[in-house]
Structure formats: C-alpha cells, structure tokens
Design a protein around this ligand. Structure first.
Ligand code: BGC
Ligand code: BGC
Length: 654
C-alpha cells in the first residue's frame, strides 16, 4: 500500500485540512462505488470432499437431484415421502410443530427429526444423502414450547454489543440442536429504512456497519466450528434490499442505485460471508435501479445478483435457498414451477406444500432443455457440500437421549436477562435521582403490557404472527408484574391495574406504565400509508392510562414494547422517564435489573426515533437520532414536545 506522509509535504494546518478532505473523499468514494468489495470466507474447499461430492452427483438420477433441491414443510410431508422422493430438506414454517401440537416436547421434536433423517438414509440412492431441517430460530428457538426467547434483533441492535450477539447465537444453536435440527433461517441482515415495515424488529439497525459486525458475530456463534455437535448452519437473509422497500411495504419494491445496495443493504452479507456463512435466503422484494432507471424485477429471478455477484464476485460456495412460495412472484412463474428462479441461481426451493408438482415440473424443464443440467449439478453440489461440511454425513443430527429434554437452561436465561438489560434505551429522564428505584418502593404498575408475556415476545413466538397464544403457553417466562414482584424487597409493594381505574397514584412512590404494540410479523405488521406512525392512534388505551396516572405529583416511568420506533410525543410528554424496551422476550427480569440499579441503562437507539406522525413527509422527521440513549444518572430537561395532530399521511409519489 502506498503511504504518504502528508505532514512532511504540507505545513501543519494545511495538512490537517487536506487530511480531512482526503478522508471525506475516501468515505464518499466508499459509499458511491458500483464495485462490489472482495470478501473471503474462512471455510475453504477441501479437494477430497469436492471429489467425493462430484462422485455422488455423477451417480444420481435427475429425479434424485431435483428431490434434493426441494424443501417441504413438515405439515405437508411425511418421512415416507421424504424417502420416496429423495427430498433434500424440510422446514417447520412459523407455527408448525410436531403433530401440530403447540406444546410438543423437545423429545417430540427430536423424534420427528430422527424419523425424517432415518427416512432420508434409507432411500434406493447409490449414496444416502441426509435430509437437512431448517427452522426460524430468530430470537432463540422460538417455535418450541419452553424455549428461552431473546430480545428480537432491534433490541440487540440497541445493545451495540457484537460479543453478546455471538453468545446468543451459540446458545440458540444449543437449543436448536437439542431438537435434532441443524439449520436456522437467521440472521436477518436487513438494513431497514422505514419503520413502517412490519419486519423492522427483525433488523438490527439502520447502520450498515453495525449490521455487518452483528452478522459476523451471529454466524460465528451459530455455526461454531461447523461440523461440531452444537453447530447450526446459518442462513443470512433476505438477499438483497429487503429493508429498503418503497413505503416500507413488505415484499415490495426497493428503489435504489446499485451503489446503495453495495454500501447500505449488502454489508450484512460481507460480515456473514467473512464468518463462513453456508446458506443465503433470497428476498421476496424486487429491485429497481433508480439511477439507471431500470427495473430488475423480483429478486428470485435476478441472475445478475444471485449468480454473478453473490456466487461469483463475492465467492459464495454454499447454497442459496428461496423464500416461502416466493418463486410464484417471479414473472411467468407459479408456486410449483419457475425455471427462471432455477436459472437465476437458486439451489434449494422452499416449496412448502406444492413440492410434488415442483419436482415434476422441474424434471420436465431439464428434459425440455429449459434448465441446463449443469445448473442442476451446481445446485446439488452446493447442497451436498453444505450437508457434508456440517457433519451430517458423519453423524445423525438427533441428539443422544441424555442431551434432549432440556431446552431452557439457567445459563440461557441469565444470558437473555443480560441481553434485555443491555437493550433498553432510556429516551427521556427528567427527574434527578429517579433511578435506581428503591427496592422498598410502593409501585403502581399499569398498562396493557404489564402482565403480558405475549406482548413482550412479539411475532415469531410459538406462532408465526405471535397471535393465538396466551401467557399459559410460556410458563418459562417472566412478565413485568412477576419480574417486579421478584425484585422488590419486603417493604416494597407492586399493585397492578391495567387501566388505573379507581386507584389513586398518590398512594404510591412511583407509577410504572407498560405500553405496547400487539404482536405481528411479516405481511400483517406493516403500517401502510396513509396511516400515521402515532402509537396512540392504534393503541388509544395507552394514552388513556397515562392520562389517568400523570400530573399527580408521582413520577411516571413508561416502558414501551414495540417492534419499531414510533411517534409517541403525547406519551413521552406524560412520562418522567421513557424507556424503549423493544420486544424483550421471556425475561422481563432484565428490565427490573436496570430499574433497580443492578445494571445501568446502556442501550442506544439503533434507528432514528420519529418526531412526526408522518416522518417521510415531515420537515422535522427525527426526535432522537440513532445513537441517543441516557444513563440512569443522566437527566435532561426535555421541553414539552409539540403534538403533531395530523390524522393521516400524504401518499408518496408513485
Ligand atoms: C419469511 C422467511 C422465513 C420463511 C420460513 C418467510 O415468509 O420471509 O424469513 O424464513 O418464511 O418461515
Ligand atoms: C405459514 C408459516 C410460514 C409463513 C411464511 C404462513 O402461511 O403458516 O408457517 O412461516 O407462511 O410466510
């Protein structure tokens, strides 16, 4: 590298100024380039393994190959069908459990995994190829009854702590392996641009550098040493631009110049690839190059980005998986037929229900020449490579009996509790000495979120949308009420009233109000224009309860459970302290730890916090910038915030 001593060439002051200009120019060129960077995976190809794979592929029939390229949902396929059709992979979509039983035990999961695995190893193929099971363990092993659930990614982003993320991934891998599963559809590395998107909470941050570091840490933690008994293959998703859709619409259109894909939306992939990630999931979204004015259609049909960039330029040699029925959104395709997606470079197809027709159609495509055999061979080679690297050819994924049974552990719970504490962002704190709360305080606890585990978990929690469950489904969890009761000392007291009706706050030392969104996930969680981002438009009870308890001379501490930053000036005005707690998971005890001073507030905003009901069309869209967050001892005089009264937002230009 060429090194110039700028100080020797110029007098000091000039040197400093030109150095700044030079640095600025570098930063600029880094964000404006159309060149993809060079990234290197630490997982290198082993010639002996490659030779073995080539031999296996050479001995396979076309049907066997296409079977390997097929992934079905456990609700739609039996172990016998896996054997008969040479199925390469299965998944449990959100809310799919063994025998359709929400309370299935760890043993039920491991038994089912064993049944699918044994079926895949008793086909009439020349060489048996183990089936690989994928699951969405996106905040712990969240489809499994009794699992410790961590804060959703947005809360981890607030913690700004890659090392913590690595430990969470490793603990998640341990949970997943206990059920006989060896692949997780995580991490999501979306760099979300609009909190309207219902998947904002699956995103760590709007800061690409943080997402890159987290992706690296998560993949390292989950995959471990790849072939080890606790290793789970990661799937970095959703490639690419999922967080940039116009208006924050799920599965929508990302309009951005190529340079933005490279600098803003891709860094999570760089981090994951540099950690040796073995699988990549493609995005439902489409990409329009706004600089070139060219629409490239749905990502599932995008050969240039999947094959030329990801597999070529970025050197990815693992497998690319499609998203749930996503191929049907490619022009000219259906759920069960999409040669465009095969030719674009997707290797494994998540065709949850229509897997049989997909196999028939794809076999026919190869026979007709619509898909070249070389493409099929590449796909199958990659699928076998990932399975071999993960140790599946050597060892059954099903845990020995003495390892299954325990999904939650003391260590896992302590880790979740630590993560919750570190994820809290103290947005406002106007009373010196308010924190830490004394343990003998008389506390009035109010609000819909206060006794609701379901509210603190959000989506992807036992069910897909996080609905259809109640707190009895999470006996392992603490809500705010139980966490506070465990934390107060003998002289202290916690009384709970959801709406504060008939109670006088003046009988207490402090009011804690837990405000919350109700759970949602992809598709259903969007706040579409012209809707506002004002929390109290959707949850008027939260404003009502603050009206009932504020202005009585007793300090009010508000805690908000939300999957996104929201416009909340009305709620913040009525709070002495305001805490963004995101979707903390099963351990509300971590919140109590911070309130009572066992830990300080250290979280900082991973996204800008809106200062307007319609941030996208407002002149002052931001109240608190990304990075904001107070310590317990820091107070700030926040003036009375203006109330933006608009009832709806202008639509964006089409
Ligand atoms: C989501 C993915 C998820 C898959 C399987 C899709 O709808 O977009 O993130 O991995 O479902 O549940
Ligand atoms: C299924 C979920 C799945 C989701 C993916 C839903 O219809 O029930 O299991 O994860 O689709 O979009």
């Amino acid at each position: 590298m060429l090194k110039i001593n700028i100080f020797r060439l110029f007098p000091r002051a000039v040197a400093a100024a030109s150095l700044l200009a030079f640095v600025a120019a570098c930063a600029q060129s880094q964000t404006a380039t159309d060149e993809w960077p060079t990234v290197t995976s630490p997982v290198v190809q082993d010639p002996a393994m490659e030779a073995r794979i080539a031999q296996i592929v050479a001995g396979m029939t076309l049907r066997q190959k296409i079977g390997q390229m097929t992934q079905a949902d456990i609700r739609s396929i039996t172990p016998d069908e896996v054997r008969e059709h040479y199925i390469g992979s299965i998944l449990n979509g959100g809310g799919a459990w063994p025998q359709g039983n929400k309370h299935a035990t760890v043993k039920d999961w491991a038994d089912l995994a064993g049944a699918y695995y044994r079926a895949s190893m008793t086909t009439d193929m020349a060489v048996q190829i183990p089936v690989i099971w994928g699951t969405d363990a996106v905040h712990g092993h969240n489809n499994v009854f009794g699992a410790t659930l961590f804060p959703h990614n947005i809360g981890l982003g607030a913690a700004h702590d890659p090392e913590l993320v690595g430990r969470i991934a490793a603990e998640t891998a341990r949970q997943v392996r206990a059920t006989g599963i060896t692949w997780s559809f995580a991490p999501t590395v979306a760099v979300v641009q609009s909190p309207r998107w219902g998947r904002t909470y699956e995103s760590y941050s709007s800061d690409p550098a943080l997402v890159r570091d987290y992706a690296h840490a998560f993949v390292r933690g989950l995959q471990g040493d790849i072939a080890g008994p606790d290793a789970v293959m990661a799937s970095v998703k959703h490639f690419i631009g999922d967080g940039g859709t116009h208006g924050g619409i799920d599965q929508g259109e990302t309009r951005a110049p190529l340079a933005d894909l490279i600098a803003t939306h891709a860094p999570g992939y760089y981090g994951a690839l540099e950690a040796g990630v073995q699988t990549v999931m493609v995005s439902y979204s489409s990409w329009t190059d706004s600089k070139a004015g060219a629409s490239h259609g749905k990502m599932h049909g995008n050969r240039a980005l999947i094959t030329d960039v990801l597999k070529g330029r970025l050197g990815f040699d693992g497998l690319v998986v499609s998203d749930w029925n996503a191929i049907e959104q490619v022009d000219g395709c259906t759920k069960a037929h999409c040669p465009q997606a095969v030719n674009a470079g997707i290797d494994l197809f998540m065709v949850p229900d229509d897997w049989k027709a997909f196999i028939d159609n794809t076999v026919a495509d190869v026979e007709d020449g619509a898909v070249p055999m070389s493409r099929i061979d590449d796909a199958v080679t990659r699928i076998i490579r990932v399975k071999m690297r993960s140790g599946l050819f050597e060892q059954s994924p099903v845990p020995a009996a003495d390892r299954s049974g325990a999904i939650a552990s003391d260590d896992g719970e302590a880790l979740a509790r630590e993560a919750v504490a570190k994820s809290l962002v103290l947005l406002k704190n106007r009373r010196p000495g308010l924190f830490p709360l004394p343990r003998d305080a008389r506390i009035l606890l109010v609000g819909r979120g206060a006794d609701s585990v379901v509210a603190q978990l959000g989506g992807w929690s036992l069910t897909w949308q996080g609905d259809g469950t109640d707190d009895a489904d999470f006996p392992q969890a603490d809500d705010m009420l139980s966490a506070l009761r465990k934390a107060v000392s003998d002289g202290g007291r916690v009384d709970f009233s959801v709406d504060a009706a008939g109670v006088d706050p003046r009988d207490y030392d402090v009011v804690i109000a837990v405000l919350s969104e109700t759970p949602y996930a992809e598709m259903k969680g969007d706040i579409r224009l012209p809707g506002t981002l004002r929390h109290s438009d959707r949850y008027p009870q939260d404003l009502a309860v603050l009206k009932a308890v504020s202005g009585k001379g007793v300090p009010v501490v508000s805690i908000l459970y939300s999957g996104r930053p929201v416009y909340a000036n009305d709620l913040i005005n009525r709070s002495d302290a305001f805490i963004a707690a995101w979707l903390p998971g099963t351990e509300a005890t971590g919140i109590a730890d911070v309130l009572f001073g066992d830990r300080d507030f250290t979280g900082r905003l991973p996204f800008d916090w809106p200062g307007a009901a319609c941030p996208e069309s407002s002149a002052r869209p931001v109240l608190f910038a990304r990075g904001h967050g107070l310590r317990a001892a820091e107070t700030a005089k926040l003036r009375e915030l203006p109330l933006d009264k608009v009832a709806s937002c202008p639509m964006l230009d089409e």
